[in-house]
Design a binder for this molecule. Sequence first.
Ligand SMILES: Cc1cc2nc3c(=O)[nH]c(=O)nc-3n(C[C@H](O)[C@H](O)[C@H](O)COP(=O)(O)OP(=O)(O)OC[C@H]3O[C@@H](n4cnc5c(N)ncnc54)[C@H](O)[C@@H]3O)c2cc1C
Length: 370
Amino acid sequence: MIKQKGNIMDLEAEVVYNGLCCYCGTCGAFCKEYITYENEIPVTKKKCHEIYGACYDFCPRTSFAPFEVERAVFGATRTDNLLGYYKGDILTARATDEAIIAEAQDGGVVSALLVSMLEQGEIDAAVVSKTSETWEPEPFVATKREDILAAAGSKYTQCPSVLGVGDAFEQGYKRVALVGLPCHIQGMRKVQLSTGFDVGAGRVKIQIGLFCSETFEMSMLKNKLEELGTSIEEVEKFNIKRGSFIVHTKAGDEIKTPIKKMSECVREACNYCYDFAAEFADVSVGSIGSEPGWSTVITRSDAGENLVKRAEEEGVIETKKLSEEQIEAVRNLASYKKRRNLKNINDKTGTVRILNMLVEPEMLEQFLSV
Ligand SMILES: Cc1cc2nc3c(=O)[nH]c(=O)nc-3n(C[C@H](O)[C@H](O)[C@H](O)COP(=O)(O)OP(=O)(O)OC[C@H]3O[C@@H](n4cnc5c(N)ncnc54)[C@H](O)[C@@H]3O)c2cc1C
């Protein structure tokens, strides 16, 4: 990927103040001396010299070249426009370890793969997302089974997970796994493919992506919980299933609200994301398409394929092929997100320049179809 010219001021103007910052942590992960985060946006701690610019170069929201990344990472471009490039069958799977299932969001596949890689010595650390009692997610460098179990489950507010990769490198880990949403994976791929800055990102050996429709603003989520008659402190687990946002409370209640009613809580930057299925991960995992207690698994790279195959052979996970009908459910949700957010992107975009040609984005397809 070509080095992009820009510095922290450009990042602020083009991304932060343009409503595009997704708080993935990529800009500050390898530049902690200069960048910190306040109210979930990057700020400079001290004046950074303008020759720097890793923050701008690494940010998945300054620019992202999907096909260039696919060629570089997978050696080919996508054949499936909604789900991205993948290898072999799309699977439904679950962990065989009951202790993992008990803590996990769905089939526990993500946690089972991480535990297995740590125990086999394939990785020495995994960056996951941990929360306190009040559900504020924080990146966490896990090195053992108990750490992975303690961080299992979905947090529907944003976690700057890539900061955890910076932490893992600082702690000396050399074979690191990252679990992240599509934005984290896009950021990490940009770091790995940067020609301008080398932070040793080859030490991230495997990236497990989570399907993602959106994340919520914590303050808005807290308000919504109050409206629903509960509070963040009372939440045991969050879930999104069949068009409903579901809150399981510590008292054992289940509170449901239509997911459409959560739209006011969605982070602004999520409205400009066109990646549902974590299209640039080695392995992507989500719930849509699978039965309750199972996860949908898409393998994309050789590393991802080997990992899932080995986990199955060793009995770490059990798998079945996902039916065409179930795959269609995954595609439908991906299509819904892409259509909605590409319209938002279109509305925000000015004229597009291709060499000397200037075209309004909504006219581009019509103009180029000859
Ligand atoms: C914000 C969000 C939105 C999602 N939206 C959808 C959706 O629309 N459709 C769908 O099918 N699936 C969605 N998922 C994925 C789904 O909720 C499960 O994470 C997935 O099925 C994996 O389940 P599992 O039991 O294998 O994971 P587990 O074994 O429970 O492991 C989950 C891993 O993800 C990490 N993690 C949790 N939350 C975050 C976070 N916010 N950022 C980074 N890492 C995190 C945990 O630390 C843990 O390592 C979403 C997940 C999240 C976090």
